[in-house]
Design a protein around this ligand. Structure first.
Ligand code: APR
Length: 387
């Protein structure tokens, strides 16, 4: 078994396979230090925690993670808080930075005898329609190499080799949401005890906890914005404006340690299996960060595939493998649908043409019904925390 990529998908898959005695090697193009320090997501759904619990991978998150169960919306119609932990399935997120989870997963994988090759970039997957597909790689020393296995799991994200190796006819559903965010990591404690969503005529702003010293902020910006175009001063002033600091209290400032510009887009590949090649996580589907679903879908898909591969490789029962794509896509589309709804809740076009005015009124009505309808709040809680 060859697994491409040492992110949440690849490492959860690798841990479960090694745990069940299945020989697998993970090929990761980055170096270990980069993989263990790359700040990405940080909100783990209860189902993700249950999956990690089942496979002995959750010791770190239980020790250092923090429970989180409230959203605060700040809009032109005022502020309201939604304690989602008391709604829907009455569940909460666990806030645990992805780099810490990946570090835990890597350590467990290696301690169980897992094999990983850092600095090894997969170039292409060939012969996936046969019994022994080949992964062509560029070894750490730059030399070409090749790995063969019965199966290959593409856990190498949206720009990886797995996506580049799909046969003609692979279907890609795609949507550009027309929204761009400036993603920020600030060396400052949180300013709210909630996930903050601010909707303002100047654009969206978001606030999410990461650790006690670092907080994630988002600022909607123009497409084509350069990450370094905004000074720290301008970032904080804009966040103050959009989060209505004058009405609800100042934000706790600090150095902006990381910036990245992300265009909100989503895509879903179909099917997620091509012979002996399987797609998991971002390699399978890209979801916008509006509802913090990406890493949770990656873990869920990894367990689904791990179980199916184990059945096939230990008992010859291939039913799970045959059903993997349809089962995983059911969860992917449910997350995509909610994430798409969230984008419409938090962003409205700025124009004064009829279409922009109509969409903005829809947005305000969605927020009003979220603020006033208990059934809508239960629906929100179930989908916001669920995967
Ligand atoms: N060869 C080998 N490794 C590769 C290649 C390649 N050609 N291309 C990418 N990789 C590695 C990356 O360096 C990364 O470590 O694959 C890994 C992919 O990890 P992620 O991008 O984290 O993807 P995934 O595991 O699917 O997790 C997806 O987690 O990153 C968060 O929220 C984010 O939605 C995302 C989710």
């Amino acid at each position: 078994m060859v697994v491409l990529g040492a992110g949440p998908a690849g490492l959860v898959l690798g841990n479960i396979l090694v745990d069940r005695g299945i020989d697998c090697v993970v090929l990761e193009r980055a170096e270990r230090a980069h993989v263990e320090t790359r700040a990405r997501a940080g909100f783990l759904a209860p189902e993700t925690v249950r999956i990690l619990d089942r496979h002995g991978l959750s010791e770190g998150l239980h020790r250092r993670g923090r429970l989180h169960g409230t959203c605060e919306f700040r809009t032109e119609d005022g502020r309201f808080r939604l304690d989602y932990s008391g709604l829907g399935q009455r569940e909460q997120h666990t806030v645990y930075p992805q780099q810490e989870l990946v570090t835990d997963l890597l350590a467990r994988f290696l301690s169980r005898g897992g094999r990983i090759r850092f600095g090894t970039e997969a170039v292409a997957v060939r012969g996936a329609d046969g019994e022994r597909p080949e992964v062509a790689v560029r070894e750490a020393d730059g030399r070409p190499g090749a790995w063969r296995a019965r199966y290959v799991a593409g856990c190498d994200g949206r720009h990886g080799a797995a996506r580049r190796s799909l046969p003609a006819g692979a279907v890609r559903h795609h949507r550009d949401h027309g929204v761009t965010w400036l993603g920020l990591l600030a060396e400052a404690p949180t300013s709210l005890d909630a996930v903050g969503y601010a909707v303002h005529e100047r654009g969206f702003a978001g606030h999410m906890a990461r650790t006690s010293e670092v907080t994630r902020y988002y600022l909607q910006c123009e497409r084509g914005t350069e990450a370094d175009a905004w000074s720290d001063e301008r970032i904080w002033d804009e966040l103050d404006l959009r989060m209505r600091a004058r009405d609800y209290g100042p934000l706790r400032r600090g150095r902006v340690a990381e910036r990245s510009v992300v265009g909100l887009e989503s895509d879903v590949l179909e099917p997620l299996r091509h012979g002996a090649l399987f797609l998991v996580g971002d390699a399978a589907a890209l979801i916008s960060p509006s509802a913090a679903k990406g890493a949770n879908l990656a873990v869920l898909g990894a367990e689904l595939l791990a179980r199916a591969l184990t059945d096939d490789l230990t008992t010859g029962n291939s039913e799970g493998l045959d059903a993997y794509s349809a089962r995983c896509l059911t969860h992917v589309w449910r997350a995509q649908e909610f994430s798409h709804w969230m984008i419409g809740l938090l962003h409205g076009p700025s124009g004064t043409d009829g279409e922009s005015l109509f969409l903005n009124s829809l947005r305000r009505s969605r927020l009003t019904s979220l603020r006033t309808s208990l059934s809508r709040q239960n629906w929100f809680a179930e989908h916001y925390v669920g995967v």
